[in-house]
Design a protein around this ligand. Structure first.
Ligand code: HEM
Length: 402
């Protein structure tokens, strides 16, 4: 089977064209570059605190037999391609003649469409003796424990490199995944991917999007315009090595919703499950979406927000003050024939400074007591250390090799 242009062809093309100006005429068209552009370079990687665009396409890659040098070259190359795509440009020079085009072309004319690419490294990167990076492992990058009710499918879990690709165009996001896989070959091979839509709110303004259970999602989330919360809960702190300063830790869970089951319970029970009203998003017993949760409120001797409600068990009050930045999306993958229902769920993605104190603590509690657990199943799982952003000319992950 002919594989088309590879990483080697890309390097050859760069060599032939010369890095920089000669690559500038991009198939995506200079006219549209700039429209909906999110800067790739900066202190932090884009795609964490930046407002979530409408679509995601997540990619997990494995490194079958890489050395540290291979990984370094690979990360440099993926960053170079990412910076170009985020600027609305093609990943390689315009195609000519008989050679397979370096850029596959399906994003031509669509501009940047708010494309962000956020890279992370999985735990195995720091465990593989070939890579020799054990001494650089960040303490917060632990392997996730098994949680009560986990129903994980190994083929859609893990990954050595995770790339969260977000865009306002699903085609631009697809293109990024398509071309990153080609450029990463043969050093890295694709492990799993998933496309999604319908973001969790992580920015002020506008109306809060709804998840596939019909509830507003992201009401109490950390927003990207809250620097104090980002500093306290999202950006790596002193428990991380200095190469992670400005970075964050990403946990990904593919959570299947048992929608036939959910759709058959009453509205009251749906609202008790989350602890919020379905139509308005207000906490139970309150009128407005952003009214504060009153976890002590009682009516007829019982908590207005039940003991098993998702928002109670996930709240900072029940988790030693901890919060996370949620940045998930909905997904669908056909039908659940057994249940006679559409198959869908949430690609739950969250960022934090230390998963041990944040995601793991919260999920331990949710997995035991959350009423939502009767309507959901965690089938995929991954964790990644996301290095800081790269300065212009640099690449994401370079601090690991410094
Ligand atoms: C399919 C799975 C899930 C669905 C449909 C879901 C949905 C929701 C909804 C509707 C809310 C209330 C509105 C809001 O503040 O966003 C919420 C809140 C929240 N969820 Fe989830 N969630 C899911 C899984 C999880 C998981 C796995 C975690 C973390 C381990 C989590 C953590 C939180 C947190 C921290 C809050 C805010 C609680 C607060 O402070 O009020 N969620 N979720």
């Amino acid at each position: 089977v002919r594989r088309g242009a590879t990483r080697r062809d890309f390097l050859a093309a760069i060599g032939a064209a010369g890095v920089g100006g000669a690559l500038a005429p991009a198939t995506a068209g200079a006219a549209s570059a700039g429209r909906g552009t999110v800067a790739f370079h900066g202190t932090h990687q884009a795609g964490i605190a930046t407002p979530a665009p409408d679509f995601v396409h997540f990619l997990a890659l494995d490194l079958p037999s890489a050395t540290a040098g291979d990984l370094r070259d690979l990360l440099a190359e993926l960053s170079r391609a990412a910076a170009r795509m985020a600027a609305g440009q093609a990943v390689g020079p315009e195609a000519t003649g008989a050679a397979p085009p370096v850029d596959t072309g399906e994003a031509a004319g669509l501009g940047a469409s708010s494309l962000t690419l956020t890279f992370g490294l999985g735990p195995r990167v720091f465990e593989d003796p070939h890579l020799g990076l054990a001494a650089r492992r960040p303490a917060p990058l632990v392997r996730l424990p098994t949680f009560a009710n986990d129903a994980l499918e190994p083929s859609i879990c893990g990954g050595d490199i995770g790339v969260q690709v977000c865009s306002d165009s699903p085609q631009v996001a697809f293109h990024a995944v398509h071309d990153l896989i080609r450029l990463a070959s043969p050093a890295a091979v694709p492990r799993w991917s998933l496309a999604g839509f319908g973001k969790t709110r992580n920015a002020r303004g506008g109306s809060t999007p709804r998840n596939l259970m019909g509830f507003k999602d992201g009401t109490a989330n950390i927003v990207g315009s809250d620097p104090a919360a980002l500093q306290q809960f999202v950006w790596a702190g002193p428990e991380s090595p200095s190469w992670m300063a400005g970075g964050s830790y990403m946990v990904v869970r593919r959570i299947r919703m048992l929608l036939a089951n959910w759709d058959s319970i009453g509205l009251d029970q749906q609202e008790q499950t989350f602890g919020r009203h379905k139509a308005s998003g207000a906490p139970l017993g309150r009128r407005h979406e952003f009214d504060p949760l009153d976890l002590s409120a009682r009516r007829d001797g019982r908590h207005v927000i039940p003991e098993s409600a998702h928002v109670r068990l996930a709240s900072p009050e029940y988790n030693q003050g901890q919060r996370i930045l949620r940045r998930g999306y909905s997904y669908t993958d056909g039908v659940d024939r057994g249940a006679g229902a559409v198959a869908g769920g949430q690609l739950f993605i969250c960022y934090q400074r230390d998963p041990r104190a944040q995601f793991i603590r919260i999920q331990k509690q949710l997995s035991i007591a959350d009423a939502l657990g009767q309507h959901t199943e965690h089938v995929g799982s991954a964790i990644f250390a996301c290095p800081p952003g790269a300065p212009p000319g640099g690449f994401v992950g370079q601090t690991l090799f410094g």
